[in-house]
Design a protein. Structure first.
Length: 715
């Protein structure tokens, strides 16, 4: 066991030196001692100045015999503590080893240990410490020199993290040197770009440049990096396959100690999926999902651009609106899926009959448009319209069903018919409506006249609203006669507008407008109540009970609670339901959807009779009518007009009567004007006639005068 006195007590020694005083030292007669003390003093200063932790360890006592200032600051104890107090287990273990062979094998005398020391406050810090036993001193003292490696561990940790990020990030990472050559790429980079690391490392980053950006783009990018140290944004690059690679790129700068850029770290994500959905979204907003053609929005934008070009070049352009005639009938009778097939087929026929440069758009429903640039006259546009019409003369094969369609086409030209997108679209719309109102299957070029018509329609609508409220719409009554005995057997109620200034206006002048605007609903309701009350007053006055036929528009059936309205009109007037007949047109009955057919059944259940008006003008087969709850058909006056001279029409009427009777239906002939017509109808077995021959539609007072008084309890 070495004696304690052999340890150097630095404190004591220092105290003694200071105790001697500077002066006395200088004057010392013992220069040798003086020199030793100076040496000691220098050594002590060195010892304390060292930024390393220096410990002198007492091996036997297992304690710190002395320490420098750095060690004291690091451990935070007031006086050197036992080794166990600082948790230096590994150091203790080393000291406890057998060091007897140390003189022969110096490598046994020292060891570098990485461990953690505990401070006085209990906290710990990592240290790397080299402990060595001095050869001669092996049993007594050891010197340990080390340092706090918190910072180094932290850096190492960060580096390890960075490496893990580099290897595992989903973003591709590429490190460039100052010359912008690639020095490292991450696994994700390899995966996204298709390049192996050794194919790009060492090469300039420009190998991945896409032609989508010009030099100016890259110049601006690197200028931003030089100035601000970073850049981020969307850019296009190339995969190894040559495929375009849209990426979101973030570039950062790594500077050297002097602050100059040493490396650039480029982190990017592959945004091709995003681009793809962006593209799809763009496509969706600008195309019709059914036909994949550009939609109204895109046509508007294209027209805007075309107008700018046309103004510059001074050339004309033309806009065509194409509308399928009676598309709704096709849709309703053959079903929406077949209707969709027709739209798709028509889209490709239109596209095939124009030049590739012409824009074909699907505006909505059955409406298409074609934008023709560089036309020299209206004739050019008319020629295209004819070609489109021509392309549709062949029947369409819709899943085995052959459909023939005709088109209505409106044409407007820039600059003649409008200067703006809005004006051209609006006027083209008027033109197509004009073509339709003339019966369809034609094209019409816009004229100023059409704007006047549009304004007139607007005026009619406004005054019609007012007229309904003011009670100016009233009913005239036209008598019907039984052909068998000429007895007055009913009346059709026909709407008239008693205009304060313009006199009596016929229904053809306002009913179509009322149907378009929905005004037909309140107007029809008013007329229905009016008719029911009127017939009831006749009954109450002891006049013959003749049923009245009221015309019901398809709009009223599809877009108003018609069953409830009729029930209410009956209840309100107290009219027996068998005295009310409702006339619906053949064309409406034909396109009847299940919903409206159900309503017809409900009406029939109320006890009112249903008549098919204008029979023969639509395409209804009697077989189809058999499934409808109708009891009467009215042969259109077009057929009646030509009998008995026109043999074909005679045959048609005879056939209709025979078949209708076969189905148990009553037949009324309309528009009977001559005795010859009447005689033929009587011969054919027709039941009832209505027409100028029997009497014109007249105000109720006039009609009442023709009604006989009731003889029996009722008629
Ligand atoms: P409609 O239902 O076919 O009515 C018969 C039309 O033929 C009436 O025309 C009538 O005046 C006319 N007419 C009667 N006898 C003869 C004749 O011998 N020769 C000729 N050439 N014509 C004759 P009006 O009253 O002008 O009505 C036209 C159409 O307006 C009606 O055709 C009907 O579809 C519609 N309409 C009339 N009133 C109403 C109504 O209250 N509601 C609805 N929704 N439509 C109505
Ligand atoms: Ca009618
Ligand atoms: Ca009719």
């Amino acid at each position: 066991m070495p004696k304690r006195s052999r340890t150097i007590d630095w404190q004591e020694l220092q105290g003694r030196i200071i105790g001697l005083g500077e002066e006395s030292l200088k004057k010392s007669h013992y220069p040798e001692l003086q020199e030793r003390l100076r040496e000691l003093e220098r050594f002590r200063a060195l010892f304390d100045l060292s930024s390393d932790i220096v410990l002198i360890l007492d091996i036997a006592a297992e304690r710190i015999a002395d320490w420098n200032r750095t060690a004291q600051d690091a451990l935070g104890h007031a006086a050197p503590p036992p080794l166990s107090a600082i948790g230096a287990e590994e150091v203790l273990a080393f000291l406890r080893e057998d060091h007897s062979g140390c003189a022969q094998r110096p490598e046994m005398c020292s060891r570098t240990i990485v461990t953690a020391f505990r401070r006085a406050d209990g906290s710990r810090f990592p240290v790397e410490i080299a402990v060595s036993l001095r050869a001669g001193d092996a049993e007594r003292l050891a010197i340990a020199v080390g340092r706090d490696i918190t910072e180094r561990m932290r850096t190492e940790q960060r580096l390890r993290q960075a490496a893990a990020v580099f290897d595992n990030a989903v973003e591709g990472i590429m490190v460039l040197d100052a010359a912008r050559d690639i020095v490292a790429v991450s696994p994700a980079f390899v995966q996204v770009t298709g390049y192996a690391a050794d194919e790009v490392v060492g090469r300039p980053v420009a190998v991945m440049r896409s032609l989508r950006h010009g030099d100016a783009f890259y110049a601006a990018l690197w200028a931003a990096v030089e100035q601000t140290g970073q850049w981020q944004g969307e850019m296009w690059s190339l995969r190894k396959s040559g495929e375009a690679l849209p990426m979101w790129m973030a570039i950062g700068t790594v500077r050297d100690d002097a602050g100059a850029p040493a490396q650039y770290v480029c982190v990017f994500s592959d945004i091709s999926r995003l681009k793809e959905s962006e593209r799809r979204l763009e496509h969706l907003t600008h195309h019709d999902p059914l036909t994949q053609l550009p939609n109204r929005l895109m046509l508007g934008a294209a027209l805007e651009r075309a107008l700018t070009r046309a103004r510059r070049t001074g050339r004309a352009l033309a806009l065509l609106f194409i509308d399928i005639d009676r598309f709704k009938t096709i849709n309703d009778t053959l079903g929406h899926q077949t209707g969709d097939l027709l739209l798709q087929a028509l889209a490709s026929r239109i596209a095939n009959s124009v030049r590739a440069a012409d824009l074909v758009a699907h505006m909505s429903g059955d409406e298409f448009a074609v934008l023709l640039e560089d036309v020299s006259s209206a004739d050019d546009a008319a020629r295209v319209a004819r070609k489109v019409v021509q392309a549709c003369t062949e029947p369409f094969d819709l899943d085995g069903f052959e459909a023939f369609v005709t088109l209505s086409i409106g044409i407007t030209l820039f600059p003649e018919h409008g200067q703006s997108v809005t004006a051209l679209l609006r006027n083209c719309d008027s033109a197509v409506h004009h073509a339709k109102s003339e019966g369809g299957n034609r094209f019409r070029i816009y004229t100023r006249e059409l704007t006047k018509i549009a304004f007139k329609n607007l005026r009619i609508e406004t005054s019609l609203r007012r007229a309904i409220d003011a009670g100016e719409i009233e009913l005239f009554y036209q008598p019907q006669f039984r052909l068998a005995d000429d007895a007055l057997c009913g009346a059709e109620a026909l709407a008239r507008w008693r205009h304060p200034k313009r006199g009596i206006i016929p229904p053809d002048a306002f009913i179509p407008r009322a149907e378009k605007t929905g005004l037909i609903v309140p107007m029809g309701e008013h007329l229905l109540f009016d008719a029911c009350r009127r017939v009831k007053t006749w009954l109450d006055a002891g006049l013959a009970a003749v049923p009245v036929a009221v015309n019901i528009s398809g709009v009223q059936i599809t877009s108003s609670p018609i069953v409830e309205t009729v029930a209410a009109a009956l209840a309100d007037s107290g009219l027996p339901p068998e005295l009310l007949k409702l006339e619906i047109t053949e064309s409406f009955a034909m396109r009847g959807t299940q919903g409206s057919i159900d309503r017809l059944h409900a009406l029939r259940t109320l006890g009112v009779e249903l008549a098919i008006d204008d029979f023969g003008t639509g395409y209804a087969s009697l077989a189809y009518l058999r499934d409808l709850p109708v009891t009467i058909i009215k042969i259109d006056r077009e057929f009646v007009h030509n009998v008995p001279d026109h043999r074909g029409d005679c045959a048609i009427i005879e056939a209709i009567v025979a078949m209708a009777h076969g189905l148990g239906l009553m037949v009324v002939a309309e528009g009977v004007e001559t005795e010859a017509q009447k005689a033929f109808l009587a011969r054919s077995g027709c039941d009832i006639m209505q027409g100028y021959l029997g009497g014109h539609p007249a105000p109720h007072r006039e009609f009442e005068r023709r009604l006989p008084r009731r003889t029996g309890p009722r008629g």
